[in-house]
Design a protein. Sequence first.
Length: 418
Amino acid sequence: MKKLFSVLLLTPFFCFSQANLLNTKSSFEIENVSKQVDEDAKPLDYEYVSDDDILFSFTTWEVIDLNQRVNFPLYFPTEISLVSDDRRPLIHYLLQAIEDPLIGAQAYFDHNFTDPMELEDVNRIREYKRLKKGIDADGITEGEEHFYETGSTKTYLETLGYVFPEDEEWVNYDPISDEFLDLQRNGDNDTATLYKEKWDAAASEVMPDENFDFAEFDYSDVRKYLLKGIWYFDKKATQLKYRPIALGPVGMNAEEKFQRQNSDDQSNPSSSAVEMDEFGAFDDEPQDNQDVAVSADSDEEITDGFDSFSEESTDFSDSTQLDEDKEYRAMFWVFFPEVRNLLHRSYAFNDKNMSKPISFDHLINSRRFSGTIYREANVYQDRDIRKYISEGGSLMQLLESQRIKEKIRNLEQDMWSY
């Protein structure tokens, strides 16, 4: 009876999981946080690695699908009003690192850190803005109707005062021109999408707001993360190690956002991706009744070095299939070492021990997630797997991803002789 009473007495405390809850004598003294955070705490510095000590290395790009349960700590909470102030999803801290001048992390359009984003580019992430299609029968000219009436998007925007750059290739592909349609017909959808975004950004600078539909960015709009990292064998430590280099969230584009809002059958906001997302996955089913490839209860499978990179940690369900018609486009990229200090003080939920949450920095460095390789550094300009594996569909692409993992694993094994 005493044991049962103790369990019932302690249960509410674990449910609240608030700091200093066990020692307070008044409800007014309860602190609305799960863990006291040391603002001066810093992560352990990466050790210096000499190039002479690296026997081999491989650069890989992985997609972390937030529809997998093992990746939920990166995705939740999306409804931040329901949890304590210190519990936020990973995207919250990435945006904070970019926008806070005291942190000063630089956002980039590309994973090679050659095309930095300006502050206005980052601000556009917070808001979805789409040109209205316009309905001729309503007698009101709005949105894209202005372009068709003028006969040229470029001509109309120039009448509003927009100055086009002379050395940019996208200027030559007006969205309503035959050249742009030919670009789409030739299968270069990635370039066409990029050019269309450039034209939409130009229109948003000079056209009045009544020509656009607006929607606010929500944390649940993030569907996946792209992670660039290096696997290397350190001969001094005689160990295969992994170093994350770049991290980028993948979210819904404007069309998908408005389709979701206007759909009668909207997805559950507490679950992850269920529609066609920017990464190109097919319609995903919520995994309430679906097994995940890696058990979230198994620390050994998730955290032990290269084991987290193994076959068991990869979900080969339809949610990670590669769509030929879409590029893996991140909303932005950050250099991971630049955001480590903030991520070290930011905590993800630990369902195994609520009193000991794990920092996002530790979570990523220890590879407590499930990822699928979609690209490796190669002589063909680091092309994606789907660019050179076309026959056989998604199955053959996933098998190629597995081959890359096995190649790295086998090289590690070859370092030893018995």
